[in-house]
Ligand binder design. Structure first.
Ligand SMILES: *Cc1c(COP(=O)(O)O)cnc(C)c1O
Ligand SMILES: [Zn+2]
Length: 417
């Protein structure tokens, strides 16, 4: 059952009834991002923790009683969420962290974490009878919206920077979305999408601006805690662009704490690319507001001049005692084969950035992670999304004549791992 009491503005604290606003607190233009307010007592009484497992549902809808949707709303049929949490023994041994886990969200239907948000947003769009749903995206949010929309026959218009990796553009086109590649960056696409949604009356999924994005993303935090038998980990490393995923994890963990299902909040460790580090900069300087940067990084999914959910991301880091970490593109690229070779999980650059951040945190005395800590790496996107970056990190294959002699010759210079 839907236990949503209303919305609270993350900027000014004003509260609204569930249907009083569509997206944001009207006092701050498009920046008044709102948080859901829940009746936790009612929620806890209606849904004992054990009822989740009893539902038998293995997707994100296992947590349906904790989500702001009507009991009779139909979810898109694709299997979103319920992604594996692997104990990463070899990588953990290599890093000196025996309790290291990898949450593989590249296993989602369109191969990124963004499916969690798009699935819930589409239910809301359908509830409102939206003719067209739109979003701005560096690639993954659009692919997620396009794929899930295809599963329910919902038309979409996607705005992405023209520099988006071709695999992501291929997804958009193949799912049948109307694709507008903007001759500009993600921030330009974001503003244009907002303007178009207002002009044409389209339902807008834009990250952060649409309050249901975070509500869908919360489910990853629910899964991590349940997969660890309801013992919250000590730290979760997650890459950060707009700051909506880390905010989603924070909101989900706060829900679980309010319900009494976990007894403390894990430290949320925000990993940014050094070329797209607006949130890191604010955290490192103790600032309360975010100064935009000119973002350039190989990790396209976390390239954002102005993080749209930056304020809530800063709060997620500070309120959990976490840290912001910046890593170079070289460190991000090096983390792709390291993760793949020691866990079998193939991540796109923004996904592998979580591992690069953990390595950086362990190098840095002040942010050292205790060896016995339970640490989760949130892997947000699949490596097939950006094979160009993977090839840059992993080198070229050897081409040989089709003879055994050629194999023998090649093996003299190649080490078999
Ligand atoms: C969107 C995305 C992120 C960052 O999420 P934000 O909400 O923008 O901070 C990280 N990794 C991948 C693969 C993504 O698609
Ligand atoms: Zn406000």
């Amino acid at each position: 059952m839907n236990r949503l009491l209303g919305w609270r503005c993350s900027v000014c604290g004003a509260t609204y009834a569930p249907d009083e606003i569509e997206y944001v607190c009207p006092r701050h233009g498009d920046a008044g991002i709102v948080d859901a307010v829940y009746d936790y007592a009612g929620m806890a009484a209606a849904t004992p923790r054990a009822a989740l497992a009893a539902s038998g549902n293995l997707s994100m809808w296992r947590y349906r009683p904790l989500l702001p949707i009507a009991a009779d709303a139909a979810a898109p049929p694709l299997h979103v969420g319920g992604t594996p949490l692997y104990q990463a023994q070899a990588l953990g041994a290599w890093l000196g962290l025996p309790n290291l886990f990898v949450k593989d969200d590249g296993r989602n239907p369109t191969a990124s974490f963004k499916d969690r948000a798009s699935a819930l947003v589409l239910m809301k769009a359908q509830e409102q009878g939206a003719s067209i749903v739109t979003t701005a995206s560096t690639g993954n949010a659009g692919a997620a919206l396009a794929g899930l929309a295809a599963s329910i026959g919902q038309p979409t218009v996607i705005f992405a920077p023209k520099t988006a990796p071709s695999a992501k553009v291929a997804q958009l086109l193949t799912y049948g979305a109307t694709v507008l590649l903007v001759d500009g960056n993600y921030d330009a696409a974001f503003e244009l999408c907002l303007a178009a949604s207002k002009e044409f009356g389209w339902y807008c999924r834009n990250t952060g601006y649409n309050p249901y994005t975070v509500e869908g993303k919360k489910t990853a935090a629910f899964e991590i805690c349940e997969q660890l038998q309801w013992r919250a980990p000590d730290a979760i490393f997650v890459s950060v662009g707009d700051g909506n995923i880390i905010t989603g994890l924070h909101r989900g963990l706060q829900d679980l704490l309010a319900l009494g299902w976990i007894d403390r909040l894990p430290k949320l460790m925000a990993v940014q690319a050094s070329g797209s580090s607006a949130i890191y900069n604010a955290w490192a300087s103790g600032a309360d507001d975010i100064t935009p940067v000119q973002a350039t990084t190989v990790a396209d999914s976390i390239a954002a001049d102005l993080p749209r959910d930056g304020l809530r991301a800063l709060r997620a880091i500070r309120q959990t005692g976490g840290k912001a970490i910046q890593v170079t593109d070289a460190e991000i690229l090096a983390a792709i084969p390291l993760l793949a070779r020691l866990t079998g999980v193939f991540a796109e650059p923004a996904g592998a950035a979580a591992l690069a951040g953990l390595q950086a945190a362990m190098r840095d005395q002040g942010s050292a992670i205790a060896p016995e800590a339970t640490v989760v790496l949130m892997i947000t996107g699949n490596g097939l999304k950006d094979i160009g970056s993977a090839m840059k990190a992993s080198g070229q294959a050897t081409i040989i004549e089709p003879t055994l002699a050629a194999v023998k010759k090649a093996l003299k210079t190649i080490q078999v791992r």
